[in-house]
Design a protein around this ligand. Structure first.
Ligand code: ADP
Ligand code: MG
Length: 570
């Protein structure tokens, strides 16, 4: 090669970025540091959006929610060992929730790690990540980056989506290769999440079961919301005329005020239904595993399950009609194969559901209008409920114990994928990561309704919200503690009880510290005014909503999962 035809070189940094970009992945959530600082810089220089967080767990939660909202894997970028471990919680959570994401972590030198010679941030990250995700890959040569990113994308989004780990040792980034060769090594993944068409006999078997139902029920889960087949889901429900129950993140897939929604008659329909169609929802702890008292007498139900993961079938109870495939293909096949003489859902069943709904909604409505000071959960959420109804495009983020349980049942959602919450693990700390990803990925306004404890896990990310000037309004339900703010130290010692926080904390000042708007709200009117202003202006806002410290209950609605000592308390 003479100097006039000097080859243009590329390196590991650029190849990683090019491999993502060629697959239309244009945003990275992460925390910079050794050895990936330059990766973030170069990504930004190459036109990617690089969102830097204050802690990797929140960057990871953001990436997983980006994956949930877009069906493309969200990317979380971290440094080695401790940063990787911080991101790992989010990776495991993404896998548990079936959200596609890729955790990319820099790592130390293999030779030193494997001989355990004490490298900077030494850790066998690949081995540690493996049991917590769908797939884990390490790349040692720059020419393999294209393949590795392609495999990571396919693993994350195909079949049941989930988390993938990509281990990139520091040395890889500086490896150089011929730019044209490098370009050729990249792969634009064709059809990363192929349709999975259900077998015809499975469809007919399911319809045979469904046809005989006297009290049918559909349960919609976040898998159905993720699928983005909203019309097909709606058609299936409306054509069959079967009442449905949305799991929390499936709220809004059909509007919560839809006449077929059985949300406000939840305990009735779970107990009384004779055929239950699970659609992208699992019979896990959130549904008492499909058995027990809440499900009526043993043997009183038959289950049909629509899911992309064959091994989900019979995980908790017998599934008499498994329909394996993607939500869109399965529900379309079911709807198409239904005869024109499909039997209507018996009137008695619909009437009893309506009656229960009316009673429950009536009972709730007066509580929502109260003007109690200090506020209780109902009147505070009553104010926010109206705001969400008036702004169906905005996205609701929700975590906490009581704050979660009450908001889930009180606040109606009207469009698909507008509610993001604690998901399958009931994890605390997703709030700010989810809110940031929602704002970045959709450009919509975001309202995050947070318990004061839940908010604390990711509270420092209000700086991130201000730094990127995101249209996020955080409402902290401040009741001075976990569950309640009233516990005391029975010994009379100087330490406060383990469940309480500093009384009357000024969370609003955390937002003003970084240039955002902070509001201290003690009445439903003040709360309403502050949140409306924030949702109009789009300015980063934190409303500190003062809630009666007596108002919560222990562990919210899952107190049954919290063992209590039988030895009398001092
Ligand atoms: P929820 O908590 O709302 O009940 P889960 O996360 O428990 O929802 O269940 C979601 C289910 O949806 C998982 O079993 C997953 O395999 C399934 N799923 C995810 N994406 C799809 C899809 N595109 N098609 C079919 N099933 C899907
Ligand atoms: Mg609290």
């Amino acid at each position: 090669m003479n100097s006039s035809e000097e080859r243009v070189l590329t390196d590991g940094f650029h190849l990683v970025i090019d491999a993502l970009k060629i697959n239309d992945i244009n945003t990275i959530y992460g925390v910079p540091g050794i050895p990936i600082t330059d990766l973030g810089r170069i990504a930004q220089a190459e036109g990617m959006r690089v969102i830097s967080f204050r802690h990797e767990q929140h960057a990871g939660n953001a990436a997983s929610i980006a994956g949930y909202l877009t069906k493309k894997p969200g990317i979380c970028l971290t440094v080695s060992a401790p940063g990787f471990l911080n991101g790992l919680t989010a990776l495991a959570n993404a896998t548990t929730n079936c959200f596609p994401m890729i955790l990319i972590s820099g790592s130390s030198e293999r030779e030193i790690v494997d001989l355990q010679q004490g490298d900077y941030e030494e850790m066998d990250q690949l081995a540690i990540a493996k049991p917590l995700c769908k797939a884990a890959f390490r790349v040692l040569h720059a020419q393999d980056i294209g393949i590795a990113v392609a495999r990571a994308i396919r693993a994350a989004v195909s079949g049941r989506p989930g988390g993938v780990y990509l281990d990139l040792p520091a040395k890889l980034f500086a490896q150089v290769m011929d730019a044209a060769e490098g370009q050729k090594s990249l792969i634009k993944v064709v059809d990363p999440a192929p349709k999975q068409i259900p077998a015809k006999d499975a469809v007919l078997r399911a319809l045979d079961v469904l046809k005989t139902a006297k009290r049918p029920l559909v349960i919609l889960g976040k898998g159905a919301a993720y699928a983005q087949e909203d019309e097909i889901v709606r058609n299936f429900v409306e054509k069959t005329g079967i009442p449905y129950l949305p799991m929390s993140m499936a709220k809004g897939l059909l509007p919560d005020d839809h006449p077929l929604s059985a949300g406000a008659a939840r305990s009735l329909v779970l107990k009384e239904a004779d055929v239950v169609v699970m659609v992208g929802a699992r019979l896990n702890w959130l549904l008492s595993h499909g058995k027990g008292k809440s499900w009526g007498p043993p043997g009183s139900k038959r289950f049909i399950q629509v899911d992309i993961e064959p091994r989900e079938m019979d995980s908790n109870v017998e599934i008499v009609a498994p329909v394996v495939g993607d939500i869109g293909s399965c529900l379309l096949a079911l709807t198409t194969a239904m005869s024109d003489t499909w039997p209507a859902v018996p009137d008695g069943w619909l009437a009893s559901i309506k009656q229960r709904k009316d009673v429950n909604l009536e009972r709730m409505s007066s509580k929502l209008l109260s003007n109690a000071v200090p506020m209780d959960y109902h009147c505070a959420l009553g104010a926010l409920r109206t705001i969400v109804k008036q702004r169906p495009d905005s996205i609701l983020v929700n975590e906490g114990a009581n704050t979660l349980d009450f908001a889930r049942s009180i606040i109606d959602v009207f469009k698909p994928r507008k509610r993001l919450d604690v998901g399958t693990w009931g994890i605390m700390g997703i709030g700010m990561g989810a809110a940031i990803a929602a704002a970045i990925e959709t450009g919509e306004r975001v309202l995050a309704i947070e318990g004061d404890s839940a908010f604390g896990f990711s509270g420092m990310e209000v700086e991130t919200i201000c730094r990127y000037n995101l249209p996020i309004c955080v409402v902290v339900f401040n009741n001075n503690g976990i569950y309640r703010g009233t516990d005391t130290n029975p010994t009379g010692g100087a330490d406060v009880a383990p469940t309480v926080f500093v009384k009357d904390s000024r969370y609003d000042q955390m937002m003003t510290a970084f240039g955002g708007v902070g509001v201290y709200a003690t009445t439903p009117d003040e709360l309403s005014r502050a949140v409306n202003e924030a949702m109009d202006s789009g300015k980063p806002t934190l409303v500190n909503a003062i809630i009666d410290e007596n108002a919560g209950t222990e562990s919210g609605r899952i107190g049954n999962l919290n063992p209590q000592s039988v030895v009398p308390k001092k």
